[in-house]
Design a protein around this ligand. Sequence first.
Ligand SMILES: [Zn+2]
Ligand SMILES: [Zn+2]
Length: 262
Amino acid sequence: MHDYHAHSAYSDGGHLGRMLDAAAAAGLDGVGFTDHCSVTRDPHWRRQRDRYARTFDLTYERRRAAVERLRAEYDVAIHDGVEVDYEPDPAAEERIESFLADAGFEYAIGSVHYVGEHTVFSFEDFSTAGTPDPDAVVADYYDAVVSLLESELFDVAGHLDVVEAHPQLAGRRTDEQVRRVADAVAASRTVPEINAKRAERDDGPAFHPTGELFEALLDRGVAFTVGTDAHSPEAYDGRVDALTRRCERHGVDPVSPLDAAD
Ligand SMILES: [Zn+2]
Ligand SMILES: [Zn+2]
């Protein structure tokens, strides 16, 4: 098995060597490093780039050179990928498209990590005064995911329903939102991933996509890739096993995003 979603110290993950040692120990045949990258011009998120380590557009050539050297030392295949923050905006799409064309990664994951000025991760609190209504956040999130799929900018759609891991956002999506996302996946060249970033946790879902969205995608016979979304070497062991079991249980034969890449 290859893992097509992992983070190194070129964004907010572990050192390349430690990640590769752990990946090899977990029995992986290959690892795709997909460090975080934002090419936003949104003033709010522009200011947050350093805080959230999303400046891989400035450093990807250094990681590529490091990967080139490390390939000789490891039996594990190393793939040169990226995870790009997606914003549903034509100007933002143009910037992403030209960045990806210039940078020439082997493949790209696109992910919706924020809506308006709020991330969709669990440290964000939607219960205080002045924060948006959680139902509106969920609706905007899935609108952005559909837009990402329709943009055809990416090889992989990252953690399709990550809002389901947020205690205040989970369980709010409508059947219509689920159907729209599943139809958009089926119509897109962009492949969703089975993302195991929460596999070792016992609060909330262990995998994305979750529940009825995962079922709707299985019903439509779409292809999946797989990603541990590991940010540290310790994440590998359990997540690789969990992904293997998940795929076996649902008859998923993961595809490689490198096959789909242009
Ligand atoms: Zn992500
Ligand atoms: Zn990630």
